[in-house]
Design a protein around this ligand. Sequence first.
Ligand SMILES: [Zn+2]
Ligand SMILES: [Zn+2]
Length: 248
Amino acid sequence: MLGFSDEFNCYWRSLLRILYPAACALCRIPLVLEETYLCRTCILKIEPLKDPKCIKCAHPLPPYGTYKSLCSACRSARPYYDRGFALVPYEEPVKSIFHQIKFGKKLWLLKIFTKILHRFSKSIDLKNYELIVPVPLDRSRRRERGFNQAYVIAQMLKRSAQTSSIQISELLRKRRTLPQSQLRREERLSHLKGAFSLRKREGANGRQILLVDDIVTTGSTINECAKTLKENGAERVDFFAIARSEFT
Ligand SMILES: [Zn+2]
Ligand SMILES: [Zn+2]
């Protein structure tokens, strides 16, 4: 049986829905009361990244490959981060959702990933990290967008971890660079060299850090951030991203 407050919330939600009818962010069909942001059909299209994954960079591995834990890229050039986690493949419909978040400034659509993020935070011990560090945007991009989605994801993680021992720190700063999407793979690596620095000189020293970003494609941004943190004394740097591209 519903309690008074549940009933009141239900009533309130129905009233809001009548006043502001909502449509699915992907297929635009009207949503029923129990649905938020996406309809049931579209939400089922978002599947978690399948195992096996590379334990370093979360890149999916071929199911019957020789190597069960490391992908070929991590075997040939050891990245600076220690371990990577990602929730979903960066492909449709996740691509459209992120396009709307970034370019349509619909930051609230990040909540679509709340459930899957919650499941993730229960599966690993976030208390092992002292700092959650969002990957920064350069100043002009941040101003133009009005928010850094990586910072918002860091907040979602902290809320989900339900612990006060882990702090969010905007420890990294980025100088202005061309958008990574406009560069070829080789250019991306050299272009990012020295792009990041620390706001507080001793901020990373001896720390266990979880770097957070929205999407990881080639991993070059995450790797350059991890390099900066390690060079400044970080003991461990792992990363977390909502989406991971399957092709690098
Ligand atoms: Zn839909
Ligand atoms: Zn890898």
